[in-house]
Design a protein around this ligand. Structure first.
Ligand SMILES: Nc1ncnc2c1ncn2[C@@H]1O[C@H](COP(=O)(O)OP(=O)(O)OP(=O)(O)O)[C@@H](O)[C@H]1O
Ligand SMILES: Nc1ccn([C@@H]2O[C@H](COP(=O)(O)O)[C@@H](O)[C@H]2O)c(=O)n1
Length: 213
């Protein structure tokens, strides 16, 4: 890939966007940022310092103080609690503003980048050359996340997982600040009936079509 190339991958929780995005990054030799980890880290920081997720100022302060270098290899960030905390703090415009420069700088790297999240194609990298909106039914996503979490010992039930996914979808799509929405120029990829291999192949074809434009 000779020209800078930005691939924006958005979609709801557990749709498989991170799996697809990291595989696209490896395939094209591009750096990858899972932007959900930023919001998860902020949410966890509020909780671990005894703060209140309902306190926008505390969340904004945590976002401004965030050390993005600590995002990899922190298993706590992938817990269900971190996901719930992330979606709470992600609704605060001050938190989103504090995390904006870091994400836009990542997207602006020479050569390009792959980012996944909720607002990559709409806010962070509106000029991205390839945009995907990855989705699947809530039941499919809940099952995938339930298998993932129970596989590592989390005792959550499928029913609780589905309720969590539905609550998060509503919050992410319904908030005023950078809501989760498919960008007008994003290609919808419904992975409900696809395994990981088929979903990656479909995503790669979408990116190839965008590169050829
Ligand atoms: N097409 C697929 N078929 C079956 N399982 C899948 C598929 N895609 C992803 N998975 C699995 O579903 C789980 C969630 O996938 P992933 O983490 O990629 O979702 P995500 O959309 O990035 O989630 P998050 O909202 O946490 O960012 C993982 O265990 C992953 O291996
Ligand atoms: N660009 C983004 C990325 C994430 N969020 C919020 O964080 C929560 C956790 O994200 P995961 O991708 O790790 O599930 C998510 O529910 C969003 O509320 C965001 O707002 N913008």
């Amino acid at each position: 890939m000779t020209q800078p190339f930005v691939i924006a991958v958005d979609g709801p929780a557990a749709s498989g966007k991170g799996t697809i995005a990291s595989r696209l990054a490896a395939h094209y030799g591009l750096p990858f940022l899972d932007t959900g980890l930023l919001y998860r880290a902020v949410g966890l920081d509020v909780l671990t310092t005894g703060g209140d997720l309902g306190d926008a100022r505390a969340a904004e302060a945590a976002a401004r103080a965030l050390d993005s270098g600590r995002l990899s290899n922190d298993a706590a960030l992938t817990s269900g609690d971190a996901g719930e905390a992330a979606s709470r703090v992600a609704g605060y415009p001050g938190v989103r503003a504090a995390l904006l420069d870091l994400q836009q700088a990542f997207a602006a790297q020479a050569g390009g980048a792959v980012l996944d999240g909720r607002d990559i194609g709409t806010v962070i990298a509106p000029n991205a050359q390839a945009k995907l909106f990855v989705t699947a039914t809530p039941e499919t996503r809940a099952r995938r996340r339930w298998l993932q979490l129970t596989g590592r010992g989390d005792p959550i039930t499928y029913e609780a997982m589905l309720a969590d996914i539905q609550r998060r979808d509503e919050r992410d799509a319904g908030r005023g600040a950078a809501p989760m929405v498919q960008a007008d120029d994003a290609v919808l990829l419904d992975t409900t009936d696809m395994d990981i291999e088929a979903a990656f192949d479909a995503a790669r074809r979408i990116v190839e079509a965008a590169r050829a434009r």
